[in-house]
Design a protein around this ligand. Structure first.
Ligand code: ADP
Length: 493
């Protein structure tokens, strides 16, 4: 197990420190036109039961046939997770009864999964680098869906999802905080999207997470865990973990014992509640599926897929850090989405300063995109417009303050930033004569503050603010500063 236990992650309590231990199981829907063992379509949102083959409906005598594309997708994902690819793996039957599972068993992989151990690296905001081990990735079928809200008396079953391929990605219990768990899901989703092996859409359920949480005293052996099922939002994953860890700590501090159980997170009240305890857990009676041969492929097949992998987030991150000297966390945020990374590269390619470009995207641009609740690609400020704003700022044509306003103007009017600067007279005043006039006005109108600033030079900022206000933010702050110091007889810093 890796050591991700920096002391800043500990929970302090009157009885001493506690540490969270978290491991995630993530079922990710494989991007593939057809299901794992049938030719039926997989598109989301189709009419109920319109994408169901005789295999998916478990008609007697129907035989499953493995979809080679799903196998290739699992291998690609394994490669993206730096994981061991098993050239031979076996499909097992996981037996249980449920109305949305017409076969009476799910075809899954148990002792011999297609992908073995790997890892995912996270760069956290505080500069910490965290490695989360991957235990395994196996292929399995999804079940159908029971619909309880269509009729007051009857439940219905939609088998469109039945047989859709899932990759179950199981992490080791290496995660030590809610923030790390959130970063892990974000990173995993980003890797899958770059690879094109899962669309990562959590709202549609293409990516979910079962979150295992336990607590222990630092250095102690693993505690008993509870599993929070079916989380489909990164924000809720964070809330659920915080709640669950504190619930367990309260029980232990009162001398109680944690009972291993499956819990659900109620998003309305922000609490987890018990769904079933271990005593009620299924015995799945796994055994190899007699209808399917073991999956076997050659190292050449794996190498062929490896050779065609796109540049992945970590490779891009390292390139951004070495080529442009970006901080790891900034680079991590930029590469999290491919569109975002491409946008950054386009701005830099147009000659803008990389560090300033990263700041602009991560603060102003993403801030506005999130505030408006739109997709990144739908933002009306193009990479070219941002490059122009950054260049005008660098060249001293506009002030930093005006640059921020200009960005919003471009967003609202859709106009070209250079044209807006001309039209609205936003050019920075570097003409010292013009600035001097305003500086003189401000000084003579405020004799009291003049006395103050002589005693306390730190208050010079107030004068700078006044001058900037009177010039509509267009005065060059450096020139304002120099002139004020001269006239007020304050030494340079
Ligand atoms: P099982 O075989 O009983 O399903 P696994 O060992 O495969 O359990 O673990 C399932 C998931 O639970 C994994 O993601 C693992 O990291 C996590 N896990 C295991 N033990 C703990 C623990 N004590 N605390 C938190 N998570 C755990």
């Amino acid at each position: 197990m890796t050591n991700n236990s920096s002391t800043s992650n500990l929970i302090h309590s009157s009885t001493g420190d506690w540490e969270m231990v978290i491991g995630l199981e993530v079922p990710a829907q494989v991007t593939s036109r057809a299901k794992l063992f049938s030719g039926a379509a997989t598109e989301f949102g189709a009419e109920p039961n319109s994408q169901v083959s005789l295999v998916d409906a478990a008609m007697p005598g129907m035989l499953p046939v493995i979809n080679e594309e799903c196998v290739a997708q699992a291998v690609r994902t394994g490669l993206g997770l730096n994981a061991k690819i098993n050239l031979r793996s076996v499909f097992d039957r996981k037996n249980y009864f449920y109305p949305d599972l017409p076969q009476g068993y799910q075809i899954s992989q148990f002792t011999q999964p297609i992908v073995g151990e790997g890892d995912v690296v996270l760069d956290m905001e505080d500069g910490e680098s965290v490695t989360v081990g991957i235990e395994r990735l196996h292929l399995e079928q999804d079940a159908g869906k029971s619909l309880h809200d269509q009729d007051p008396k009857n439940s219905y079953v939609d088998l469109n999802r039945s047989g859709v391929a899932l990759m179950e990605i199981v992490s080791k219990p290496d995660i030590r905080s809610a923030a790390q768990a959130q970063a892990y899901v974000t990173k995993l989703r980003s890797i899958l999207r770059y690879l094109g092996t899962c669309n990562g859409d959590m709202e549609e359920g293409s990516l979910r997470a079962d979150v295992n949480v336990s607590v222990r005293r630092p250095g102690a052996s693993l505690g008993t865990r509870c599993e929070i099922k079916n989380m489909n939002s990164i924000r809720f994953i964070g809330q659920a973990i915080e709640y669950e860890a504190h619930r367990q700590i309260d029980i232990l501090e009162e001398g109680g014992e944690i009972i291993q159980q499956t819990r659900l997170f109620d998003t309305k009240i922000g609490e987890t509640r018990s769904m079933r305890s271990k005593e009620e857990a299924h015995d799945y009676r796994y055994f190899p599926d007699p209808d399917l041969l073991p999956v076997e492929f050659s190292q050449e097949f794996v190498d062929g897929l490896a050779a065609k992998l796109p540049e992945l987030p970590d490779q891009k991150k390292i390139r951004f850090m070495t080529d442009w000297n970006l901080a790891p966390y900034d680079a991590e945020l930029l590469v999290a989405e491919k569109e975002r990374a491409d946008y950054f590269e386009e701005i830099v390619g147009l000659g803008a300063d990389p560090k300033a470009s990263a700041n602009l995207i991560l603060n102003q641009h993403l801030g506005r995109v999130n505030k408006e609740g739109i997709a990144f690609e739908a933002a009306p400020v193009s990479a070219a417009a941002n490059a122009a704003i950054l260049k005008m700022t660098r060249d001293g044509m506009i002030s930093g303050k005006i640059a921020k306003e200009l960005y919003d103007l471009v967003w609202e009017t859709g106009k070209d930033p250079e044209q807006l600067v001309e039209e609205r007279g936003l050019k920075q005043v570097t003409d010292t004569g013009a600035i001097e006039k305003v500086v003189d006005e401000v000084i003579s109108a405020n004799p009291k503050q003049v006395e103050q600033v002589k005693a306390k030079p730190q208050t010079l900022g107030w004068f700078v603010g006044q001058v900037m206000q009177k010039t509509g933010g267009k005065a060059n702050p450096q020139a304002v500063n120099t002139l004020l110091r001269e006239k007020l007889d304050i030494a340079d810093e």
